[in-house]
Design a protein around this ligand. Structure first.
Ligand SMILES: [Zn+2]
Length: 367
């Protein structure tokens, strides 16, 4: 009920004030409004069970056969899965832009600028796309093309890992710089990167904390479900050029480990590559590589990393923020994921529109 109230109030803005043509482009009101709905829900309660925020929530839709998919940029009358196509995919697409591609500050500035410029006017999709690029100064054409005009999913595969010690007088090394702490990757299915960042942002006060009378059944229910691991980890932004002097190279020679990672783009949609390293001593690191790594070759990339410690395992997209439809090829050594049958068995309860008549958590509690 809270989600629906938030959603319908949001329509005052999209599409009523920023007045897009909902008959032609349903996603411009339902998608943008569902995105704002999720932002609002997650400021209401850090554990709000939002359905159209986290990237991994759209993967079931995006791995459907192509004849059951249309691009978001499709006239509303021609869409098969209306909820996923016009609400979920555009809303989650904006969330990926905000959390993973542009960053919150740049995204929020640009999205506000779109709303400000087009209030009481009639924007088309191109007006949104152009304003986001114009206000941010970022080239996002690749993203509009991939996420809004195509049905290609993200499926980045970690094909191979080669390991060696750095030889004496090695000429080519890649340095790692710019350490900053982030929360450890989350370990349960009820959390996502937006919720983690909201918790870390000390300027945010959740409505259910500010006013305790708002702590209803679902607030208590969510508290029982979620176990949050807040152990700190480290994020590393790799430098692209060789910055070591010969003296430094000689100092590190023989003590460093080189890891050459080969990736292939099996889904067609390019995305940033996010790597979680787990070392043999149990510590972890995160490396975030911008999407431009695919610029010269959108099918395959190879990148080498230098590590002090020996790596025990590698995981791609550990926070599930790129909507990668096949997590089975995201790890080294490779891991086995649950089969579709196991996944099906592990699911319970009905979603909106599922029409199974299954009770929701509050109904089950009352019985
Ligand atoms: Zn709506």
């Amino acid at each position: 009920m809270l989600g629906v109230v938030i959603h319908e109030v949001g329509h005052n803005f999209f599409p009523m004030i920023i007045n897009s043509d909902e008959r032609q482009w349903s996603w411009m009101d339902e998608g943008l409004n569902s995105f704002c709905q999720t932002l609002t829900e997650e400021l209401w309660d850090n554990k709000f069970p939002s359905n159209r925020g986290a990237a991994y929530k759209i993967t079931d839709y995006m791995r459907l056969p192509k004849d059951q998919l249309e691009p978001i940029m499709t006239n509303s009358e021609n869409i098969i899965s209306f909820g996923a196509n016009a609400y979920g995919k555009p809303a989650i697409g904006l969330n990926i832009l905000r959390e993973t591609i542009m960053g919150r500050e740049l995204f929020d500035f640009s999205f506000r600028e779109y709303a400000r410029r087009w209030a009481f006017k009639h924007p088309t999709p191109a007006d949104l796309f152009r304003t986001m690029e114009d206000a941010s100064g970022e080239d996002l054409d690749w993203y509009w093309r991939g996420w809004f005009y195509s049905t290609d999913p993200c499926d980045i595969s970690l094909d191979s890992v080669k390991w060696s010690n750095l030889a004496q007088n090695e000429n080519q090394v890649t340095s790692s710089t710019s350490l900053q702490p982030i929360a450890k990757p989350i370990l349960n299915p009820y959390d996502d990167i937006s919720k983690i960042r909201n918790r870390e942002d000390k300027t945010i006060v959740f409505a259910t904390d500010a006013d305790k009378s708002l702590q209803d059944f679902y607030w208590k229910y969510a508290r029982g479900m979620v176990k949050v691991d807040t152990t700190a980890a480290t994020i590393i932004t790799p430098a692209v050029t060789d910055t070591f002097t010969t003296e430094q190279k000689n100092q590190i020679a023989g003590t460093k480990n080189l890891y050459e990672l080969s990736f292939s783009n099996k889904g067609g949609l390019v995305m940033p590559i996010i790597i979680e390293w787990t070392f043999k001593d149990g510590t972890k690191e995160m490396t975030r590589i911008p999407v431009q790594i695919w610029r010269k070759n959108e099918n395959k990339v190879v990148k080498t990393f230098v590590k002090d410690k020996e790596v025990a395992s590698i995981k791609i997209d550990p926070l599930r923020e790129t909507a990668d439809i096949n997590e089975g090829n995201n790890a080294w050594p490779s891991i086995t994921t649950a089969s579709k049958f196991q996944l099906f068995k592990s699911r319970s309860g009905a979603t909106r529109g599922g029409a199974t008549g299954a009770a929701n958590p509050m109904q089950r509690e009352i019985k």
